[in-house]
Design a protein around this ligand. Structure first.
Ligand code: 5GP
Ligand code: ZN
Length: 113
């Protein structure tokens, strides 16, 4: 998708703090971190939101969780962490390319605001 911020980041058209990349996913530091560790994990395939996934995306979505777990280990988040997907207006989604926030390094409250 040509006019998508995160597709441009994947393509290297917008510089970012890349943390991980393989043939399926890309991970980078959030520009406005909400915790000592705040990584965005995105599929290279453009999917607008969790509302737009199909059964075809099953392996990809599962794989993102494996990457989240791996990155959490690499960042030494031994006391735990949070993985968040914001979907749509009510979910607080601001970028229309599905992404998972990996947050760690502090204790989070519940319920979320
Ligand atoms: P959302 O609110 O859609 O769940 O999360 C979007 C996230 O993308 C926000 O946490 C925001 O700080 C981050 N973000 C927005 N623009 C950029 C950017 O250009 N670079 C990086 N690294 N993060 C961005
Ligand atoms: Zn995109």
């Amino acid at each position: 998708m040509t006019n998508c911020l995160f597709c441009k980041i994947i393509a290297g058209e917008i510089p970012t703090n890349k943390i991980y990349e393989d043939d399926k996913v890309f991970a980078f530091g959030d520009i406005n971190p909400q915790a000592p560790v705040h990584i965005l994990i995105i599929p290279k395939k453009h999917i607008s939101s969790l509302d737009d996934v199909t059964a075809e995306d099953k392996d990809l979505l599962g794989y993102i969780q494996i990457v989240a777990s791996k990155l959490a280990k690499e960042k030494n988040l031994t006391d735990g962490y949070r993985v968040v997907n914001n979907c749509g207006v009510d979910g607080g989604q601001t970028v229309a390319h599905i992404h998972y926030h990996l947050l760690g390094g502090r204790t989070f409250g519940w319920p979320p605001g």
